[in-house]
Design a protein around this ligand. Structure first.
Ligand SMILES: O=C(O)CCC(=O)C(=O)O
Ligand SMILES: [Fe+2]
Length: 352
């Protein structure tokens, strides 16, 4: 792929009240068709700027020119945006249908006692359920470590199989993206996979349920943050207040096309590329939502013991090293969080 780039450096231009769990999850939201909206506060407004769309199949096209063009589009999306919609990814429709139904059944049909089995027990939890209903966060979630060992709740029946299938399909796509991203950086296709040791990587799937505004304690579903890892995959049952802060400092509304995956670049890719491919701040605003929203978020990272630092290929006089080396585990735990939380500490790794 010499035409894509001859070297990397040329791109440098650049407590919840538990009772509320029942109320959140088990309410019949069809009764809520006519509700008074919370005011959509000014600070949370966003615009409808375009978000790039990448055709996954073309990244591997046997037609050289087609593949080259697709890789150029991917490079532009990674460099100028840091997020994009992925279409033609070849994940069967039923994999999406099954996971979204499984998540909905978990939140809406399992009892509070069943969910509380997964509330925080220890820092090494591999499954974690939590309900946050406060001005800062209005979200019920279940996080499971899905790789290298796969963890799952046994209820509702069939859910674990759907989750396992989803993770398997998504990993295939993520590894494919790692190869394509490597080419966009001017390297051989194994570059990212090897640098982040993705084959034995630590993956967490976060299953999120956001209440309709009538059930929330404010406009914020999930506050501003970036996510760790190589990339983050997101699918959802409905649009509803997901916003990303662009390179240009503008909040952008995300409307994910049907069956598409929203891809966001993660913190470890930003570190590896010494800031060339950036992870982006995003948030969820539920202030305008009439109904609940479900999302399935995959945080695909390196193994916990892998030290991540900027590759020397991205460092020169003009581009000094911008991040310090840190093991992924340390990165995840630096702010007192647990591995399963998959919270960022990107700011603490910055050198300049
Ligand atoms: O649920 C969403 O739309 C976003 C969730 C998110 O950003 C996360 O789980 O890190
Ligand atoms: Fe996130």
């Amino acid at each position: 792929m010499a035409e894509i780039s001859s070297s990397a450096s040329q791109f440098h231009s650049s407590e919840p009240e538990l009772r509320e769990a029942q109320i959140y999850s088990n309410a019949n939201f069809s009764d809520l068709a006519v509700v008074e909206h919370l005011p959509h506060a000014g600070p949370y407004s966003a615009c409808d700027d375009e978000i790039p769309t990448i055709d996954y199949s073309l990244l591997f096209s046997h037609n050289h020119n087609q593949q080259l063009h697709a890789l150029q589009c991917l490079r532009h999306a990674c460099h100028e945006f840091g997020f994009f919609y992925l279409v033609n990814h070849s994940i069967p429709n039923e994999v999406f249908d099954n996971i979204l139904k499984g998540v909905s059944d978990f939140f809406n049909q399992t009892t509070l006692d069943e969910k509380m089995i997964f509330s925080k027990k220890s820092p090494s939890d591999r499954i974690r359920w939590e309900l946050n209903s406060s001005a800062g966060e209005n979200r019920e979630y279940l996080k499971v470590v899905a790789h290298p060992q796969y963890h799952f709740p046994s209820n509702p029946s069939g859910f674990s199989k759907s989750l396992e299938e989803y993770e398997k399909e998504m990993r295939r796509v993520v590894i494919g993206l790692a190869r394509a991203v490597s080419k966009t950086l001017g390297f051989e296709e194994q570059f990212v996979e090897k640098a982040l040791k993705l084959k034995s990587g630590f993956d967490v799937i976060a299953l999120n349920l956001y209440p309709p505004n009538a059930k929330s304690k404010g406009a914020v579903g999930l506050s501003e943050h970036t996510d760790p890892g190589f990339i983050i995959t997101l699918v959802q049952d409905a649009d509803g207040g997901f916003q990303i802060l662009s390179h240009k400092g503008k909040w952008i509304n995300v409307y994910i096309p049907h069956r598409a995956i929203l891809i966001q670049l993660g913190d470890q890719l930003e570190i590896l590329t010494n800031g060339m491919y950036k992870s982006h701040v995003h948030r969820v605003i539920v202030g305008n939502n009439k109904v609940q929203r479900i999302s399935v978020v995959g945080v695909h990272g390196p193994p916990l013991d892998k030290l991540i630092s900027p590759s020397t290929n991205f460092i020169d006089e003009e581009h000094p090293k911008k991040y310090r080396e840190m093991a992924y585990k340390e990165f995840l735990e630096l702010n007192g969080d647990d591995e399963v939380d998959v919270h960022s500490s990107l700011d603490q790794t910055r050198l300049v």
